[in-house]
Design a binder for this molecule. Structure first.
Ligand code: HEC
Ligand code: HEC
Length: 192
């Protein structure tokens, strides 16, 4: 009996200590450090298969994280990662990255495809992918300056049906040829 009491006292003491030590929740920046190895400390992508998050809309980032977590959006790594976080964490990370400045990438693109892609974007995609894909509004991701490899991977997922396109986007994408889509992606990758 005596032993049990001392254990309770100890536990209560530990609880009081931890409540003080962790009273301040981690900042949005601290939570976002976990993303920096791939998405850059300021949201500028560290590699070809990873998108830049800087200047994306908060809604688009939260939306993507929820879809990764539920498995609705296919992924190589994000599904597993997203499962470790709560909605409140998503909100904090999205807030942090949405406030970072847009970073242009320097990549090799095909000039003829860029020219053709610019016209196709204006006619088919500009209603949602605003300002040549530089502005992300609501649930629409920033397209400008994303790595061509990343964009090709995502377009491949849409075409195979593994990633579901928004209906109104599908209406515009479906009639286009493979060459048209490739030109569009070269265009987005080229935008600075
Ligand atoms: C190990 C590398 C890695 C880490 C760490 C990582 N990501 Fe990702 N992220 C990716 C890759 C790769 C993709 C493309 C989807 C996929 O294949 O998983 C992606 C895609 C995304 C997208 C979709 C963006 C768009 O334009 O559609 C968001 C949002 C995102 N990550 C947020 C985060 C956040 C927030 C964290 C920190 C918790 C994080 N990521 C950590 C590699 C990573
Ligand atoms: C009706 C609005 C709308 C139109 C029109 C539209 N899109 Fe989108 N696009 C979106 C939204 C919203 C998303 C994010 C979808 C999601 O979460 O799955 C997206 C995502 C994408 C992505 C994936 C980017 C990423 O980082 O994950 C690509 C690539 C893309 N669109 C290409 C196009 C192309 C090319 C066109 C024109 C032929 C087009 N879209 C027309 C709304 C639109």
């Amino acid at each position: 009996m005596k032993k049990r009491w001392s254990r309770v006292t100890l536990a209560a003491g530990a609880l009081a200590f931890s409540a003080t030590a962790f009273a301040a929740p981690p900042s949005a920046e601290m939570i976002s450090f976990a993303c920096a190895g791939c998405h850059g400390t300021n949201g500028s992508s560290a590699g070809l298969t990873m998108p830049s998050l800087a200047s994306q809309s908060k809604t688009a980032i939260v939306d993507a994280m929820k879809k990764f977590k539920s498995g609705e959006r296919p992924s190589t790594v994000m599904g597993r990662l997203a499962k470790g976080y709560s909605d409140a964490d998503f909100d904090a990370m999205a807030g942090f990255f949405s406030k970072q400045k847009f970073h242009p990438t320097a990549q090799t693109v095909d000039a003829a495809k860029v020219k053709k892609g610019a016209e196709l974007q204006e006619a088919n995609c500009s209603r949602c992918h605003l300002d040549d894909g530089k502005e992300g509004k609501d649930d629409t991701p920033v397209m400008a300056s994303q790595w061509l490899t990343y964009l090709q991977m995502q377009m491949g997922l849409y075409e195979s049906g593994k990633r579901k396109m928004p209906e109104k986007m599908a209406e515009k994408v479906k009639p286009l040829s493979k060459e048209d889509l490739e030109a569009l992606l070269h265009f987005y990758a080229s935008v600075k």
